[in-house]
Design a protein around this ligand. Structure first.
Ligand code: HEC
Length: 217
């Protein structure tokens, strides 16, 4: 290993550098060379900067409080709880003191409110589109845009199907997942899908039923 000279340890090189005025730097560098040597490789003592240490120590200290609070303390909350709380706030903001009933008057009231129908569209896309398609044309769930229905005979039945489900859970019940206000609102949206033209409609299932009463008439 000694056959390969280390630049800095070689005397002649030091003198050379000395003449060109760089000797001091090299001397200081050599002083910071660490004692150990691995297969002829030596290293300088290059400590990480102070600001780096400070950040590192701060993260360690933070982690102690984090674990104590979020994993041990009963005062903490889970992401799920946070989500539910936020959703409740939003729902409250949306419906205010409204207490919608699954009756024609309230369903129509929602249909006549463009802002609420926009919200309902989002709810439908988030909860129902997987089976009924975004535009209600149907995937493995039935087509909600045609005149044929399996469990619905009149407007209010839409709410009942959404609440209780149908066909042994093939259409899941939403009783425990959506509030009554939300279910009435989605019913209004589903009713408004009837007569629209979806991109890839599923064939008709069930019987043709009478037209739903139209809002505002
Ligand atoms: C897991 C798939 C799935 C999801 C999610 C789903 N549905 Fe359904 N839905 C179905 C199936 C399947 C049927 C047909 C049930 C039957 O055979 O009677 C159905 C039927 C219905 C019906 C009755 C249609 C008729 O012909 O009588 C309505 C209304 C309805 N769904 C609305 C919704 C709404 C609103 C949502 C979202 C809140 C939703 N569905 C979510 C699968 C689903």
């Amino acid at each position: 290993m000694t056959s390969v000279p280390n630049d800095i340890n070689e005397k002649s090189r030091d003198e050379e550098i000395d003449e060109s005025g760089e000797y001091e730097i090299i001397k200081r560098k050599r002083a910071s060379l660490l004692d150990h040597e691995y297969d002829g490789i030596r290293e300088y003592d290059n400590p990480t900067p102070g600001w780096w240490h400070a950040i590192f120590i701060a993260t360690v200290v933070f982690s102690v409080f984090y674990v104590a609070f979020f994993h041990i303390s009963p005062m903490s909350w889970t992401i799920e709880e946070q989500w539910t709380r936020k959703q409740n706030v939003e729902t409250k903001k949306l419906f205010g003191t409204m207490s919608l009933q699954p009756v024609q008057a309230d369903i129509h009231k929602m249909q006549l409110d463009p802002k609420m129908m926009q919200v309902a569209k989002g709810m439908f896309e988030g909860n129902c589109a997987a089976c009924h398609a975004k535009d209600g044309g149907g995937v493995n769930g039935v087509n909600l845009t045609d005149d044929n229905y399996k469990s619905v005979k009149k407007l209010e039945d839409i709410y009942t199907v959404i609440t209780k489900g149908a066909n042994n859970g093939a259409m899941p019940p939403w009783e425990n997942r959506l509030s009554q206000n939300e279910r009435v609102l989605i019913s209004a949206y589903v009713a408004s899908l009837r007569g629209t033209t979806p991109a890839a409609p599923r064939g008709p299932e069930g019987d043709v039923i009478e037209a739903f009463p139209v809002a505002g008439k």
